[in-house]
Design a protein around this ligand. Structure first.
Ligand code: NAP
Length: 315
């Protein structure tokens, strides 16, 4: 079958690979569209120890065409969004049956855009930061895949004030479509925040932004660390200082959750999918690429030139 292959020369090329077969507890999905995400950038940069050659693509939408042992045969034909550990940029991909999330109520492009970012944003807001009605929320990288969903989930959760931080003025207008009451430009953070503090802060940035964010946490506030876009440099926090203010620093790792607590992740994903299907939140597909153009898709993401979700036409 046709697939994108990432080899040791770090190039994404269209190639021919053997069609994968589902093992016990797995399904095979004929991929219509696949989502592009930051993990694709990190894989190429060598941040994950994945042997090459490797078929990248961590989120695939399509139809189940075969099931492995122990999986209900009735799932064949089901439209799903697969949360996968690679292989999405191939015509057939294998997914754990539990993480092939029913997507019959949404179109295949939206199902591809759903990806990991939508359950991640759902969990960040609802499961980890536990945003409640009346809370104030600060979300970094507000115009990105996670950020554009997190603003909407915060609004659904009843947050009273949702502030986003983005890279430039164009992104301000874009991010404001996703539940934000105010959007700041990164170079104005934290000064533009003044003395305001927040009940929940989502931080995928790291470094100085993380330290400045901690300083803006309200009493009993929760800061959730879930990425290191700007820097992997460690940030040291005093638990005694947190305790004095009743604050919590939490982290979130959806990839790990898929291995350790797949049922919990699948439940969150199903709840998030229901909110997409009923129109409570919207996945914004801003770019669509041919399979042969994956290189451009990933370079755009790596260069910070994207908004919302980019998808690749596979089938
Ligand atoms: N832990 C988990 O479970 C989990 C799950 C999914 C994603 N993630 C992580 O979450 C992060 C966001 O993922 P995504 O899919 O939303 O990515 P994305 O769509 O590429 O968005 C990332 C955003 O980061 C901003 N950005 C780029 N460089 C930056 C910098 N140096 N400083 C501050 N902001 C910068 C850009 O915003 P502007 O254009 O406004 O500058 C961009 O919109 C990534 O680090 C990813 O690895 C973690």
């Amino acid at each position: 079958m046709k697939a994108i292959v990432l080899d040791t020369d770090d190039q994404f090329r269209v190639g021919e690979v053997a069609e994968p077969v589902p093992g016990p507890g797995e399904v095979a999905i004929r991929v219509a569209y696949a989502g592009v995400q930051y993990g694709d950038v990190l894989v190429r940069a060598g941040h994950f120890p994945i042997p090459r050659p490797f078929v990248p693509g961590f989120e695939a939408a399509g139809q189940i065409v075969a099931v492995g042992a122990g999986v209900d045969q009735a799932r064949i034909g089901e439209q799903v969004a697969g949360l996968i550990g690679g292989g999405g940029f191939g015509e057939i991909v294998i997914a754990p049956a539990i993480l092939a999330i029913g997507a019959a109520q949404v179109d295949p492009r939206t199902a591809a855009g759903f990806g990991w970012v939508t359950p991640t944003a759902y969990d960040l807001i609802n499961t980890i930061a536990r945003v409640r009605p009346g809370d104030t929320v600060l979300i970094h990288a507000a115009a990105g895949g996670v950020g554009s969903m997190a603003g909407q989930f915060a609004a659904v959760a009843g947050a009273e004030r949702i502030v986003g931080v983005v890279g430039n003025a164009d992104q301000v207008d874009y991010a404001r479509r996703f539940g934000y009451h105010e959007v700041l430009v990164r170079e104005d953070f934290p000064d533009a925040v003044g003395d305001e503090t927040f009940d929940a802060i989502l931080d995928p940035i790291g470094g100085r932004t993380r330290l400045a964010s901690l300083a803006r946490l309200a009493a009993h506030g929760r800061i959730v660390v879930y990425g290191n876009i700007a820097t992997f440099e460690p940030v040291t926090v005093s638990t005694n200082d947190l305790l004095m203010q009743g604050q919590s620093l939490m982290t979130y790792n959806s990839n790990l959750a898929s291995q350790t607590h797949p049922k919990r992740l699948a439940d969150s994903a199903a709840r998030a999918m229901a909110l997409v299907a009923d129109g409570s939140v919207r996945i914004d597909i801003t770019a669509e690429y041919d399979l042969s153009d994956v290189e451009t898709a990933i370079a755009s993401l790596a260069g910070g030139a994207t908004r919302g979700r980019s998808i690749v036409r596979v089938g």
